[in-house]
Design a protein around this ligand. Structure first.
Ligand SMILES: Cc1ncc(COP(=O)(O)O)c(C=O)c1O
Length: 448
């Protein structure tokens, strides 16, 4: 029998649990498996830290979204927001489920084309698209969303040069209930700029306005905002028809639905405050009731939903490497995954649980990452049970934005794995190494 390791005694105040107003503390349940695959087995095979995605959840979320909106509007098309997570395997799951691609840069456009998404199934957003990218998109029949007057002029020049007359969409910004105005994207609706833009395109005679788009913002928990947005888009579409004889074939409400995460400033947990897809769909459909349209001629309703399709499908497994006592008395766990991998830790109180059964009294704990940076806090305040070094933790709902916005800082970025619907696991992105880091570097002759 090996002698148990000596642990110096500490005195910790017992906490009964952080009560909410219903006098209930959230109990911590370990997460030993992800879709039936043992967390420990995943780490043994692919290392720690590790991002894991569930194909089952990706598909389920997509079909829930399609179902909820399909019940309320006859023509609905999802377009996968690449910036939310553009790993090839993730994009493929959504494309196979019927989603088009929504891209915001030439790199993303090329990535979608490389995945054999036809141009005619790509929506091209973003405040700047170089001429070369516009030319590609117009030739391929992609739908370009125009953002500003300079871009209108640039798009006309490109269309003239390559001899096409593309259908374009106008991006609008607008004031709606409960959401700060994202006025820097597109043309403002209220001050008449949007109508000016359409008139300008009509008089230019090189492009056809065929769609209206607006992306209100992100993590919007108030469905009223979408009711307002859909109504405003419908009323503007009516105006275009009445004044300019333009009948749009697409109304695109952008993305922005909240995932079930909990914002730092939020009191109740995300699973209690995030509307369902059905609630968002109801609000949008009620707003679209204002559209004057012959039955059978309804425009396609595009959804560029990102975060709420992928967040819950993503997990980050990490390992505890140290236990410390902070000067303020709290326990600190030092783990091997930092905020450079979990960018969304700046926004959310991420749900994190042990990956194995645990014993001992939970106490006030901070979870720190491995970066030698004071900002590297993965969770600031939580009641957490004692964790031996070597214990694994699972961060849940981390699928959105992290594997696109992660930073290679001090450490190499870890592997990413997909668990298939039938429980197979496959590597979908290799762990980086020192070679990955230096592969683009050069040392000038005089320093060799
Ligand atoms: C134009 C556009 N569409 C869709 C999205 C996806 O948004 P979300 O992840 O909030 O659903 C974004 C993200 O900012 C966006 O800029």
């Amino acid at each position: 029998m090996t002698k148990p390791r000596y642990e110096p005694p500490t005195i910790a105040r017992h906490a009964r649990g952080m009560m909410n107003k219903l006098a209930r503390a959230k109990s911590i349940q370990p997460m030993t498996h992800i879709d039936g695959v043992a967390v420990e087995a995943l780490v043994e095979r692919f290392g720690s830290p590790l991002f894991v995605f569930s194909e089952k959840t990706l598909k389920a979320r997509h079909s829930d979204l399609q179902g909820a909106f399909g019940r309320r509007w006859p023509k609905v098309q999802t377009a996968w927001s690449y910036k939310t997570n553009y790993l090839d395997a993730i994009c493929r799951v959504f494309h196979r489920a019927g989603a088009w691609a929504e891209v915001v840069s030439e790199l993303e456009y090329d990535k979608a084309r490389r995945l054999e998404v036809p141009g005619s199934r790509i929506l091209f957003n973003g405040p700047f698209k170089p001429e070369n990218a516009l030319a590609k998109a117009f030739r391929d029949g992609a739908r370009v969303h125009l953002d500003n007057f300079d871009e209108i002029q640039r798009a006309e020049k490109v269309a003239r040069e390559i001899g096409v007359r593309p259908k374009v969409t106008i991006r609008l910004n607008m004031t709606v209930a409960g959401v700060p105005l994202w006025g820097r994207f597109g043309f403002n609706l209220e001050n008449g700029q949007a109508l000016d833009a359409v008139r300008r395109i009509v008089t230019g005679g090189m492009l056809d306005v065929a769609g209206l788009h607006c992306h209100l913002g992100t993590f919007i928990q108030d469905t009223e905002a979408y009711r307002d947005e859909a109504r405003n888009l419908a009323v503007f579409a009516n105006e275009l028809k009445a004044e300019l004889g333009i009948e749009v074939d697409a109304i695109d409400i952008g993305g922005g639905f909240a995932s079930r995460n909990t914002l730092h400033a939020q009191y109740l947990p995300g699973e209690q405050t995030t509307p369902s897809f059905g609630q968002y769909a109801e609000a949008v459909a009620e707003g679209l009731d204002s559209l004057v349209v012959e039955p059978g001629h309804e425009p396609t309703l595009f959804l560029e939903t990102g975060r709420s399709l992928v967040d819950e499908a993503g997990y980050l497994i990490a390992t505890v490497h140290a236990n410390k006592r902070l000067p303020d008395g709290r326990k600190s766990l030092v783990i091997d995954a930092g905020v450079n991998l979990l960018f969304t830790a700046f926004w959310y109180k991420h749900d994190v649980v042990p990956a194995a059964e645990f014993r001992g009294t939970p106490e006030a704990t901070v979870i720190h990452g491995p970066l030698c940076m004071n900002i590297d806090t993965m969770r600031e305040h939580l009641l957490f049970p004692p964790m031996e070094t070597g214990s694994r933790l699972v961060f849940r709902s981390v699928g959105a934005y992290n594997v696109t916005q992660w930073l290679q800082f001090i450490t190499a970025r870890p592997a990413v794995v997909l668990v298939s619907t039938s429980g197979e696991t496959a590597l979908i992105r290799h762990a980086e190494t020192l070679d990955t880091l230096v592969s683009l570097e050069e040392v000038p002759e005089w320093l060799r």
